[in-house]
Design a protein around this ligand. Structure first.
Ligand SMILES: *Cc1c(COP(=O)(O)O)cnc(C)c1O
Length: 428
């Protein structure tokens, strides 16, 4: 008898963030269409978290497929040092003007983590090239900026980093701003201002930290304060970019423009990995010199892969159409109505929504929710319901592709109510 995909997987694959000894067998997916994914037995799964927040236009979008075929017939790849190509240039030409602030140069890399690495290297070397000693990096407590060592260093120290903590460089962590801590945060920045190179942050919402949404006005005041001290501002829009928070980019909701932006996830519409780091001419010009040591020595074998760039271009085109904005507004309105209703449920707290993101906490007695049974219960429940929701601790969130239909959204909301009913039966 032929072995199933999940049996063959077990023999050879090591999955991300997965304790392979205890994890249930993965579901073998063979096809995707819109907000649905289909397994090898023909069952459909509703992708309510956009396959780790990357998918924006739905799976196997025909327009993107067409553009892949067009580009594949022309050029798959070429070295990006000393050579260039149309998709890379056109993508930069189209993307830079729609980004917040005055982003004038674009550097390609492979994913969100590498986009962050590039931004960190750019800021550190920017100050060196200018002959100034600024080494400190500021980041938010509870942040997530990726899994490579530099990106881990500017992220929260947690169970995810514990094995590596002593190898991570020191960072000054700040709480996310609120009216009652803003002055203290400003004072903390004042004490470190003279040697601080940059501040890296997830604007408006901390994704992996549990979809933590924080005060926009206080955030803007904090950015303004950093700017006044000459601290470079790195907006990590890997998750918030491309419409997640209501505007095209989260930084459109504040007055203070960033010096650098990192993008990935939605950049290719959920088709293939790519990272982008953009910066102002002020940063870029600090690297121009006849002195070779002032060069940014960073690159990847597949930098600016033409197929990937063509995909990102197709995705950007779809994203900028008015229809896509309307879809996002529709999801936002539905989320807000659902949030009002859900807030009355006794087993949930802190219901919040921003753009196409809705999140809430499930009320639990236990402290360390990542290791308690709740995660297992939620995983099993939604898997059986064939709704793809993946909690962060006791935080449950919906972050759907923009093509999700109203009926499908209702299905997701209903599955949450069903889960809560079952939760009450089992736990209280
Ligand atoms: C996911 C994420 C990253 C890392 O991106 P990868 O492509 O997974 O390496 C970085 N920053 C933020 C804000 C993210 O959400």
């Amino acid at each position: 008898m032929q072995k199933s995909l999940s049996e063959r997987d077990k023999a050879v694959i090591w999955h991300p963030y997965t304790q392979m000894q205890t994890a249930p067998a993965p579901i073998g997916i063979v096809r995707g269409e819109g907000a649905l994914l289909f397994d090898e037995n023909g069952n459909s799964y509703l992708d309510a978290t956009s396959s780790w927040w990357v998918n924006i236009h739905g799976h196997a979008h025909p327009y993107i497929t067409e553009k892949i075929a067009e580009q594949a017939a022309k050029l798959h790849h070429v070295i990006f040092a000393g050579y260039t190509h149309e998709p890379a240039v056109e993508l930069a030409e189209k993307l830079l003007p729609v980004l917040p602030g005055s982003q004038q140069k674009l550097f390609y890399s492979d994913n969100g983590s590498t986009a962050v690495e590039v931004a960190l290297k750019m800021t550190i070397q920017y100050w060196q090239n200018k002959g100034q000693v600024k080494t400190r990096i500021l980041a938010f407590r509870n942040a997530y900026h990726g899994d490579t060592f530099g990106a881990m260093s500017v992220s929260a120290r947690s169970v995810f980093t514990r094995a590596f903590d002593e190898y991570l460089f020191d960072v000054t962590f700040l709480d996310v701003p609120a009216p009652d801590n803003l002055e203290a945060l400003k004072a903390a920045i004042d004490t470190h201002a003279s040697d601080t190179a940059a501040f890296i942050f997830e604007p408006l919402v901390q994704g992996s930290g549990g979809m933590v949404m924080y005060d926009t006005a206080c955030f803007d005041a904090l950015l303004q304060h950093c700017r006044a001290h000459g601290i470079l501002l790195i907006a990590d829009e890997v998750m918030t970019g491309f419409g997640r928070t209501g505007t095209n980019f989260a930084m459109e909701q504040v007055q203070t423009p960033p010096d650098m932006i990192t993008l990935s996830k939605g950049l290719t519409g959920g088709t293939i990995a790519m990272g982008v780091t953009t910066c102002t001419n002020e940063i870029y010009h600090a690297f121009l010199s006849t002195d070779k040591l002032k060069t940014l020595f960073h690159g990847h074998s597949y930098t600016a892969n033409p197929l990937t760039c063509a995909i990102a271009l197709a995705s950007l085109e779809l994203f900028l159409q008015p229809a896509c904005r309307q879809e996002r507004e529709r999801i936002n309105a539905r989320h807000r109505a659902f949030a009002v209703e859900l807030a009355y449920h006794p087993d949930v707290k802190n219901v919040r929504s921003l753009g196409t993101i809705l999140a809430f906490e499930i009320v639990t007695g236990e402290a360390d929710s990542y290791t308690n049974d709740l995660a297992g219960f939620l995983f099993k429940f939604f898997r059986e319901k064939r709704v793809m929701l993946r909690p962060l601790g006791n935080t449950l969130y919906i972050l759907p592709p923009y093509c999700i239909t109203d009926e499908q959204l209702t299905e997701v909301y209903d599955s949450i109510y069903e889960m809560l009913a079952k939760y009450q039966e089992q736990w209280s």
